[in-house]
Design a protein around this ligand. Structure first.
Ligand SMILES: NC(=O)c1ccc[n+]([C@@H]2O[C@H](COP(=O)([O-])OP(=O)(O)OC[C@H]3O[C@@H](n4cnc5c(N)ncnc54)[C@H](O)[C@@H]3O)[C@@H](O)[C@H]2O)c1
Length: 247
């Protein structure tokens, strides 16, 4: 069945691949991102798959803007049935040097942004008696990450938020699951490597049992499945897509 899917962070990396995966699965897609021009280009690619797509430039930390983005999605595509929250930002700081601004920014984008989008999307799902929420968290929340305490704390809270939504909305026909990626080649990872925060690909690959990095499409495939009808008995789960890096 065709649903309306909202993907945050849809202009790049994992979010963009997820927009395309959901489009291939026949869903109409709203591409939400800080970068409205890039979101527009992804929406154009999604339309080539024969489904409808809209792009909205939005900062997920800005509640009124998030409400407007969902209102635009509803008026152009219809009520929201699927939400994938991929908008995120990473940070690297020695713990004692994390500034209050940096702490607040990473909590705001990664956690509060997820909160806003889930809260605005869920009423449509409750009304329909059907919904799929997939949050993109991080393996740093599963195993802890040095110099990423702010990021890992935010992503850990995203996992807990997801599990709690799963329990609260189970009887409403809504599932909520989280995918914590690790070692996925995206702009975020390339920038972290360029700034010297992460080792080069060959070193990273050495710590991954499957011996290579992953692609945005690897995450998108899992997100597409979790958003499908067939995944209806899966909720509150954390599905690592990481080449075996976290077991
Ligand atoms: N790449 C990895 O290996 C990896 C590992 C763990 C977790 N993640 C998570 O996966 C998600 C996607 O990351 P990616 O690797 O595809 O990175 P990416 O940088 O390619 O994509 C992130 C997208 O989020 C958007 N964004 C950032 N802040 C936003 C905001 N406030 N409002 C709206 N959009 C915003 C950016 O514009 C960008 O298009 C992130 O949540 C990230 O933390 C990625």
């Amino acid at each position: 069945m065709t649903r309306v899917a909202v993907v945050t962070g849809g202009a790049s990396g994992i979010g963009a691949a997820t927009c395309l995966e959901l489009g291939r699965r026949g869903h109409n897609v709203a591409v939400l991102d800080l970068d409205g021009a890039r979101a527009q280009r992804v929406a154009e690619e999604v339309r080539l798959l024969g489904v409808q797509a809209v792009a909205v430039g939005v900062d997920v930390t800005d509640r009124p803007a998030v409400e407007e983005a969902f209102a635009k999605t509803r008026s152009e595509l219809g009520p929201v049935g699927i939400l994938v929250t991929s908008a995120g930002q990473v940070g690297f700081d020695t713990f004692t040097e994390i500034s209050w601004e940096s702490w607040q920014r990473l909590i705001d984008v990664n956690l509060n942004g997820t909160f806003h989008c889930c809260q605005v999307a869920i009423p449509d799902m409750v009304e329909a008696g059907w919904g799929r929420i997939v949050t993109i968290s991080s393996s740093s929340a599963q195993r802890g990450s040095p110099r990423m305490v702010h990021y890992a704390a935010a992503k850990g809270a995203v996992i807990t938020l997801t599990k709690s939504l799963a329990r609260e909305y189970a009887t409403a026909g809504i599932t909520a699951n989280s995918i914590p990626p690790s070692g996925i080649e995206t702009e975020m990872q390339h920038q972290s490597q360029a700034e010297g925060h992460l080792p080069p690909n060959e070193v990273m690959a050495g710590s991954i049992p499957l011996g290579h990095l992953g692609t945005p499409a690897d995450i998108a495939a899992a997100a597409g499945f979790l958003a499908s009808e067939q995944a209806g008995f899966i909720t509150g789960q954390v599905l690592g897509v990481n080449g075996g890096a976290v077991l």
